[in-house]
Write a protein that binds this ligand. Structure first.
Ligand SMILES: [Zn+2]
Length: 165
């Protein structure tokens, strides 16, 4: 299928990260997603709050001359430490997007691994499990390089009229 005609990618005017932190959602005390400690009610609220921010920011970042164009896809980067469950976020997004230019839009979620750098020896690695110690020198003094992201990378619009090719 050829979706490229009449579609335009816009770099977001705003990034979710800022709003996300300011909202306090990101600093909410402990989302336990490990086996046996899952608070599903809180979890749903977590994704719902994020979905509302995504819709708000995506709507706000549509350029003025394209206002009203339906959004076809929102490309999102989510770090694995952000405690976001993609399926849950997609569900919340569909609910929140109803009645907005984002209704029916596809939420494309790219999950980013957790990477860290050891402050003691400078080793950089990807953290897969619960162990947060350096595999080289076994120290625990590390700096997180990625894993907490929650960014809108781009928004794809479907233009109703395409004066230029
Ligand atoms: Zn080290």
């Amino acid at each position: 299928m050829d979706h490229t005609a009449g579609r335009r990618q816009t770099r977001p005017a705003a990034v979710v990260r800022a709003a996300y932190r300011d909202s306090g959602v990101g600093t909410a005390p402990s989302v336990h997603r490990g086996p046996g400690r899952t608070d599903t009610r809180y979890a749903a609220m977590h994704e719902m709050g994020i979905a509302m921010q995504i819709v708000e920011i995506a709507v706000a970042s549509v350029p003025a001359h394209l206002k009203g164009s339906p959004v076809e896809r929102v490309n999102l980067q989510v770090g694995k430490l952000s405690a976001v469950v993609p399926d849950s976020l997609r569900f919340c997004f569909d609910v929140v997007a109803k009645g907005t230019p984002l209704e029916g839009a596809d939420l494309n979620i790219e999950e980013l691994p957790v990477t860290a750098r050891c402050r003691a020896c400078g080793h950089v690695w990807t953290i897969d499990g619960p162990a947060f110690t350096c595999p080289e020198c076994a120290r625990g003094d590390l700096e997180l390089l990625s894993g907490r992201e929650l960014d809108i990378r781009s928004i794809e619009l479907r233009e109703n009229r395409t004066p230029d090719a």
